[in-house]
Design a protein around this ligand. Structure first.
Ligand code: SF4
Ligand code: SF4
Ligand code: FES
Length: 503
C-alpha cells in the first residue's frame, strides 16, 4: 500500500491508484464530470484539478497516479480558481433551462455552480445552440445543448453494452454528442447512460416530468427481474413508486443494471396490484380483507385430505416465506409440491453482461428450501394429469409477482382451475383471478424483509422499504392464518386490513 495525504488527511491506497480514487477513499469532495469508476479514463472535463506539493502545475486527479508520500489538496485558492474557470467554460454553451430540466436536483453542473460558481460571467460570446429534445427511441430523450461532452455515454456504449450507439461528432465548439444518423438507442442497458450523464442531456422517457427528484424518498433493495439480483434503489413518495436505479455491488452487478429491471417498480405499484382478497362462490365474486380470506381457506384446507392437495411455487418469494409455507403444508401431510418455471427453454440464457433468462430472483432459494425440507418436486405435467383425473382436488398457487414473465399464465390458470378448489396467492392483479375460488393478495418485494439467493448462490437481504397494499400478506402471514394460529387481537386487525403488520 502507498501512503498519501489528501487535504491534510493521511490515506493508504493500492499501488497504481489514481488521485481521484484516493479522494474517494478519503471521503473528500472533488469535482468531476468525465471520470466514472466503471469506465475508462477520458480526462476531458478538467474539473478534477488538484495541487501536488512540489509540483508547480496543477494536475487532473483522474489521470494521475498516487506516488508514495504525495501531499495533495484541492482546497487552495489556486485550485478553486482553476475549477471556477473550467466550470465557466462548461457553462458557455449550456442553456439556463434548469427550471424545466429533469436533471434539476441531481445535476453536476448545478451542484458545482453552487460550490465554485456564483460569479459574474466573463464571456461576451453568444451561446452556440444545438438540437433540443432529440428522440432516441423508446427510452431516451437527448438534449444536445445541455451536453458538456464528458463522453461517459459514448464510453459506456463502447465498453459496457458494446453497442457503440453514441459518439461525439464535429469539431471545436460545434462538437456535439449524438448517434449515427440519429439512430435509436434500444439496447437493454441504455438507461445506464441516463444515470451517468452528469447533466440533463440524456433523460429517461419513463421518468421525465413525472416528479421532481426532491419530492422522492428512496430505499435499497434487490431487483426481482431475473436471477442476477442486481442491487437497486427504489424511489417513491406518497403518490406511488417512480423509478429504480442501480446500486454498486462489486460481487453482483458492479455499477449497472439492465432496462428490463428498470420496470420492476411498476409491478409493485398500486395500479398493478391485487389490493383485496377475493372469493368466488357459485360464480358470485366478492371482495374481502386478505386475512379474512386466508382464514376461510384455512377452514377449507382442514376439510381436505392431504393427498388431494397440491402446492405450486414460483421463484419470486423469499427464503423465509418458502420455509414457513412449505413447513405448514408438509406438517399437514401434503407431499405434492410443484415448481412452476416460467420459461424452461430460456432458463439458462445469459446475455454476457447481467441479464438472465430466469426471470425469478430466488429460484436457488426455492430449490434450497425444498431440499432442506427433504421435499422432491414432482414433474410439472403430472400436476395437470392429477387435476384432470381428480386425484388432486385443491391446488394452492404462490405467485408470480411479475406476470408478464409468465407467458403461460393464462393456460396454466385455466388448467388448474379445473380442480374443485383453486387458491391463488399473488401480488399482481389479473381479471383471470376472479375465476379462482380464493385469491389472497401477497406483498411485493418492496414490502417485506427476507432473503433472495441469486443464480450464483449469493444470499442477499431485502428490507421492507414501503407498504403499498397494507393488507397484503407475506407467505409467512398466510401460513400462520392457514394454520388457524392467530395472535391475540388478530381477528379485529384482520377486519381493519392490517393483517400482515400485526401478526
Ligand atoms: S450526453 Fe451526457 S453523458 Fe453523454 S457526453 Fe453529453 S454530458 Fe456526457
Ligand atoms: S439483470 Fe436482472 S436483476 Fe439485474 S436489473 Fe436486469 S432484470 Fe434486474
Ligand atoms: S474527471 Fe478528471 S478530467 Fe474529468
Amino acid at each position: 500500500m502507498l501512503k498519501c495525504t489528501i487535504n491534510g488527511k493521511e490515506v493508504q491506497v493500492k499501488p497504481g491508484s489514481t488521485i481521484i480514487e484516493a479522494y474517494m477513499k478519503a471521503k473528500e469532495n472533488i469535482a468531476h464530470y468525465c471520470w466514472h469508476p466503471g469506465l475508462s479514463i477520458a480526462g476531458v472535463c478538467r474539473m478534477c484539478m488538484v495541487e501536488i506539493e512540489g509540483n508547480p502545475r496543477l494536475q487532473i486527479a483522474c489521470n494521475t497516479t498516487v506516488a508514495e508520500g504525495m501531499k495533495i489538496n484541492n482546497t487552495s485558492v489556486k485550485v478553486k480558481e482553476s475549477v471556477e474557470w473550467t466550470l465557466g467554460f462548461h457553462l458557455i454553451n449550456h442553456p439556463l433551462d434548469c427550471p424545466i430540466c429533469d436533471q434539476a436536483g441531481e445535476c453536476g453542473l448545478q451542484e458545482y455552480y453552487m460550490q465554485y460558481g456564483k460569479y459574474e460571467p466573463g464571456m461576451a460570446e453568444h451561446k452556440v445552440t444545438k438540437d433540443k429534445v432529440v428522440d432516441l427511441g423508446s427510452k431516451i430523450v437527448l438534449d444536445k445543448e445541455r451536453c458538456i461532452l464528458c463522453s461517459r455515454c459514448a464510453r459506456f456504449t463502447e465498453e459496457v453494452s458494446k453497442t457503440n450507439e453514441f459518439g461525439i461528432f464535429n469539431r471545436g465548439d460545434h462538437s456535439e454528442i449524438g448517434t449515427v444518423d440519429g439512430m435509436p438507442v434500444e439496447n437493454n442497458y441504455a438507461l445506464n447512460t441516463v444515470d451517468i450523464c452528469p447533466v440533463g442531456a440524456l433523460t429517461s422517457k419513463d421518468f421525465r416530468f413525472r416528479q421532481r427528484v426532491w419530492y422522492l424518498k428512496d430505499f435499497d433493495t434487490v431487483c426481482n427481474g431475473c436471477s442476477t439480483g442486481c442491487n437497486i434503489k427504489v424511489y417513491f413518495n406518497e403518490n406511488g413508486l417512480y423509478r429504480v436505479k442501480p446500486v454498486y455491488n462489486e460481487k453482483v452487478n458492479g455499477y449497472w443494471m439492465c432496462d428490463v429491471g428498470r420496470d420492476v417498480y411498476k409491478f409493485a405499484d398500486r395500479d398493478a396490484r391485487q389490493v383485496k382478497g377475493l372469493r368466488n362462490s357459485n360464480n358470485q365474486v366478492s371482495q374481502d380483507f386478505a386475512g379474512k380470506i386466508a382464514l376461510e381457506v384455512s377452514q377449507h384446507l382442514n376439510s381436505q385430505k392431504a393427498d388431494s392437495m397440491a402446492v405450486v411455487l414460483t421463484g419470486q418469494y423469499t427464503v423465509e416465506e418458502y420455509k414457513d409455507f412449505v413447513s405448514f403444508f408438509k406438517a399437514k401431510g401434503v407431499s405434492q409440491f410443484y415448481h412452476w418455471i416460467n420459461n424452461p427453454d430460456k432458463l439458462n440464457d445469459f446475455d454476457g453482461i447481467l441479464y438472465r433468462g430466469d426471470n425469478n430472483p430466488n429460484t436457488k432459494g426455492l430449490a434450497k428450501t425444498l431440499a432442506d425440507e427433504g421435499i422432491k418436486v414432482k414433474p410439472w405435467n403430472e400436476l395437470f394429469e392429477n387435476v384432470e383425473s381428480s386425484k388432486v382436488k385443491t391446488v394452492v398457487v404462490a405467485g408470480p409477482e411479475i406476470q408478464k414473465f409468465y407467458p403461460d399464465l393464462e393456460s396454466v390458470f385455466t388448467r388448474l382451475n379445473k380442480a374443485d378448489t383453486l387458491v391463488w396467492l399473488t401480488p399482481g392483479k389479473n381479471d383471470l383471478f376472479e375465476k379462482a375460488n380464493y385469491v389472497i393478495p401477497t406483498k411485493s418485494f418492496t414490502e417485506k424483509n427476507g432473503t433472495f439467493v441469486n443464480h450464483a448462490g449469493v444470499e442477499q437481504k431485502i428490507k421492507k422499504g414501503v407498504t403499498v397494499v397494507s393488507e397484503a400478506l407475506t407467505l409467512s402471514d398466510a401460513s400462520q392464518l392457514f394454520s388457524g394460529k392467530t395472535a391475540v387481537g388478530f381477528e379485529s386487525n384482520v377486519s381493519k386490513g392490517h393483517a400482515g403488520a400485526t401478526l
